[in-house]
Design a protein around this ligand. Structure first.
Ligand code: TYD
Length: 210
């Protein structure tokens, strides 16, 4: 609720609470807010999110970033992966195919920049086209992480995407945001606001309490 009010305040051009330099807060534009915002109507300027506000929300309008990595595209797995999220009941609100720019990848994997596998990860992620999507729905961030499975396919359970379609950690087919803050940051990084679609699906009342 707090997050929704902040998004609304930003959309209306009002000042948000507190100092903008506070730690553990992520500035995101209104359209990238993963909860409660009408994405088509918010003005640029951003809202703020933090863990406590996010944790207290039911998450009906939550959004997350899912990417089919180059190995998934090469292996013709895009359709399978899209189908899993559609069948679950989530709503596709953004999708594009692109060769990922190095600058975007380095921001996306900023937290891993000191890991030994980082150079190979960036090389592989830029080795071919990726399909980037934004999915929306109740608890989509945590649910999609479960659907994707463990980072290491050897540990991923059968029935998960990585468990079913991959063998090795360096070629694990798909990415899913790991938190609400991460989702907001990644959606903003990969998409412009006019690339996301705010639409009502006719089965909405059958897949979630709205
Ligand atoms: P990470 O963010 O830890 O996992 P996840 O994708 O499940 O959120 O790592 C990002 C990617 O880095 C991961 O999907 C595959 C790659 N990676 C390796 O290649 N080797 C490794 O040892 C790890 C931990 C990750």
């Amino acid at each position: 609720m707090v997050l929704f009010q902040r998004c609304l305040a930003r959309a209306l051009g009002q000042r948000t609470l507190g100092g903008s330099q506070q730690r553990n807060e992520v500035r995101v534009p209104g359209w990238a807010c993963t909860q409660g915002a009408r994405f088509g109507s918010a003005e640029p300027g951003g809202c703020r999110s933090h863990s406590r506000a996010a944790a207290g929300n039911s998450g009906a309008k939550e959004r997350t970033l899912i990417a089919v990595k180059p190995d998934g595209v090469q292996r013709r797995l895009v359709g399978h992966i899209v189908q899993r999220f559609e069948q679950k009941g989530f709503k596709l609100v953004g999708l594009k195919m692109l060769k990922a720019p190095e600058e975007v990848l380095s921001q996306h994997y900023h937290d891993l920049r000191k890991k030994p596998f980082y150079p190979l990860l960036l090389h592989y992620m830029s080795s071919g086209p990726v399909v980037i999507m934004v999915w929306e729905g109740h608890n989509v961030v945590s649910t999609s992480r479960k659907m994707v499975g463990d980072t290491n396919p050897a540990e991923a359970h059968p029935g998960t995407i990585r468990g079913d379609f991959s063998l090795h950690i360096s070629r694990n087919v798909v990415h899913a945001s790991d938190s609400l803050e991460g989702a907001q940051r990644e959606i903003q990084l990969w998409f412009n606001r006019n690339e996301l679609m705010d639409w009502d699906s006719c089965d909405q009342s059958n897949v979630s309490h709205v």
